[in-house]
Design a protein around this ligand. Structure first.
Ligand SMILES: Cc1ncc(COP(=O)(O)O)c(C=O)c1O
Length: 174
């Protein structure tokens, strides 16, 4: 079977992403991307939850990892359109994978995520969780840079039934 060209998963605490990444860590030809929530934008603390992108070394919930925190080590308030991603830390395996150059971490904003959510609903009839839609948003950026033979695996970590009322309201559909 053909190995995937790239893996993409949303990263909150990081568990669904590790579930996918762990199967391919030993295969250097498989590119690995984790997608963090850029929320309303990365410029202001409190508008996002991008711990890999803007966090600093610290300790949270017993983990030494990257944390969005103030000078006293208190976690920043965080935001994401996905309630499952609004966490000021990240599993330390992700910090390690980036340090050793095995995985790349990117971000998707709330608006990019909503676009990806509706795109999958419309094109495939699949309602993805708004968390997973962060991974889809990056897949939509990456795909045009690859060839038709390449294979991207996007981790759909959950169903979006739980999010559909919120999304419909946010898009002015109800
Ligand atoms: C559907 C779904 N995907 C992803 C996540 C993010 O968590 P993790 O990054 O630990 O997989 C959550 C968290 O609640 C979730 O509900």
């Amino acid at each position: 079977m053909q190995a995937p060209t790239a893996l993409i998963a949303a990263v909150g605490g990081g568990s669904n992403a590790m579930g996918l990444f762990s199967a391919f860590l030993e295969d250097p030809d498989v590119a690995i991307y984790g997608v963090e929530p850029a929320g309303r934008g990365l410029d202001h603390p409190g508008d996002h939850a991008a711990a890999m992108t803007l966090g600093s070394p610290g300790v949270i919930h017993g983990m030494q990892t990257l944390v969005l925190q103030d000078e006293a080590g208190e976690p920043w308030p965080v935001h994401s359109i996905a309630s499952g991603l609004d966490y000021p830390g990240v599993g330390p395996q992700h910090a390690h994978l980036r340090d050793v150059g095995r995985a790349t971490y990117v971000t998707a904003t709330d608006d990019e995520t909503l676009d990806a959510f509706t795109a999958l609903c419309r094109t495939e009839g699949i309602i993805p969780a708004i968390e997973s839609s962060h991974a889809l948003a990056y897949a939509m950026k990456l795909a045009p840079t690859l060839s038709a033979d390449d294979v991207i695996v996007v981790n759909l970590s959950g169903r979006g039934d739980k999010d559909i009322d919120f999304v419909a309201e946010r898009l002015g559909m109800v």
